[in-house]
Design a binder for this molecule. Structure first.
Ligand code: GLA
Length: 383
């Protein structure tokens, strides 16, 4: 009798183990199928535009399109477990190329390059040769020129690994595209990790020396579905100095200590607390190191009402903190929300602005035979 009971227990146990390991329920299967969704949503430059939706083990989702390698939506839970969108973007993917103001305004959620941020007067010298770029921001060249990496259709394929699931995006920027020398082959891997991070790995190589500075231009708003502006977000940036800029936002070369100024975010401060004391609002590069560094935490942001927290980690020597000063209400984004000034903030991990013309800044020049490598992680949590 006892033996029979034991055998029955073992077989019950065996059966349940089998169900866990091999026989997946319908619900398990459909959740897995949902991990990566791929839809063709349009055509731009004669190429198919695809929208990927990824979902991680905790229910966090991200939408990524191969047009501009743009993150169009990213959901994260608040302190009650409610998932809402924490980035600015458009519901319709074609708005990214049809929206009249987008091309000279905002770079919402995109990958910018070949040189993210500004190059003074659009000029630099490489190996003794003068190069001239398009002027698209006051007297300067900004974010790669007229048709930067944010406005091209990338090759794309989804992937899955032990960290989570992602999308690999590749682009070949040809010699002299937007005035930059060398054929630059670049790959961006977005991974939605099971620890609730969005990881971005960049990889590139080139056949002629050229400054390369590629970054993600996501605007974050942790209120959820962009309910208010971001002035109440508590920002912490772990940096002691920033690059002082002139009136056209070109660095003067001075690295100034933040201590005792409204630029100091080593201790958390609401973004709005001292913004009036900073002409034009925050749009500055913080100095993190004097070159590429092992990945480390460089910022933490908390939105007190939702309890959402975002931490930023990077290998890059600088980060541009931009408080959405030029949003101006010209764009109506996801959920019909008007993006007024300060409706999102960016933390663009990068080499310093105008480094091609600043010999004392960490060099952004990519040489043939070397690899462009950069990793940035945006990790979400609650407090
Ligand atoms: C960067 C720049 C800003 C602005 C935005 C796009 O963050 O530093 O000055 O140009 O991109 O609007």
């Amino acid at each position: 009798m006892k033996i029979r009971t034991l055998v029955m227990q073992m077989s019950v146990l065996g059966l349940s183990l089998l169900m866990i390991s091999g026989c997946k329920t319908k619900q398990q299967k459909s959740t897995e199928a949902m991990k990566i969704k791929k839809e063709v949503v349009g055509v731009s430059d004669g190429k198919e535009v695809i929208l990927y939706t990824l979902r991680n083990a905790n229910g966090m989702t991200v939408k990524i399109t191969n047009y501009g390698a743009i993150v169009t939506e990213l959901t994260a839970p608040d302190k009650t477990g409610k998932f809402e969108n924490v980035v600015l973007g458009f519901d319709r993917t074609d708005s990214y190329w049809k929206e009249p103001y987008i091309s000279n305004c905002c770079y919402l959620g995109a990958i910018v390059g070949r040189y993210g941020n500004r190059i003074a007067k659009g000029k630099f010298v490489q190996n003794g040769k003068d190069y001239v770029l398009a002027i698209n921001n006051g007297p300067n060249s900004l974010h790669g020129g007229i048709k930067g990496f944010d406005k091209v259709v990338w090759d794309s394929e989804p992937f899955e690994n032990t960290d989570g699931q992602g999308v690999k995006l590749s682009y070949l920027s040809r010699d002299m595209e937007e005035g930059y020398p060398g054929n630059l082959s670049v790959t961006v891997y977005y991974t939605l990790m099971n620890d609730n991070s969005l990881k971005i790995d960049y990889d590139g190589s080139i056949d002629q020396a050229c400054p390369v500075n590629i970054t993600h231009h996501g605007y974050f708003n942790l209120t959820g579905n962009a309910k208010t502006n971001i002035l109440g977000h508590e920002m912490q940036i772990l940096a002691d100095r920033y690059t002082v800029v002139d009136s056209t936002l070109i660095p003067t070369g001075e690295l100034r200590p933040v201590a005792g100024t409204p630029m100091d975010f080593n201790q958390p401060h609401p973004i709005g607390e001292r913004i009036e004391q900073v002409t034009g609002g925050y749009d500055h590069n913080y100095v993190l190191s004097d070159g590429i560094m092992p990945i480390r935490k460089i910022a933490r942001i908390k939105e007190p009402v939702s309890g959402r927290v975002m931490e930023v980690f990077t290998t890059e020597p600088g980060v541009q903190f931009y408080s959405g000063n030029f949003l101006n209400g010209v764009l109506t984004g996801s959920g019909n929300v008007q993006y007024n000034d300060h409706w999102g903030f960016c933390l663009e991990t990068q080499h310093f602005p105008d480094s091609p013309n600043q010999p004392l800044f960490p060099s952004a020049v990519l040489e043939p035979g070397a690899r462009y490598k950069h990793t940035t992680v945006y990790r979400f949590g609650i407090e």
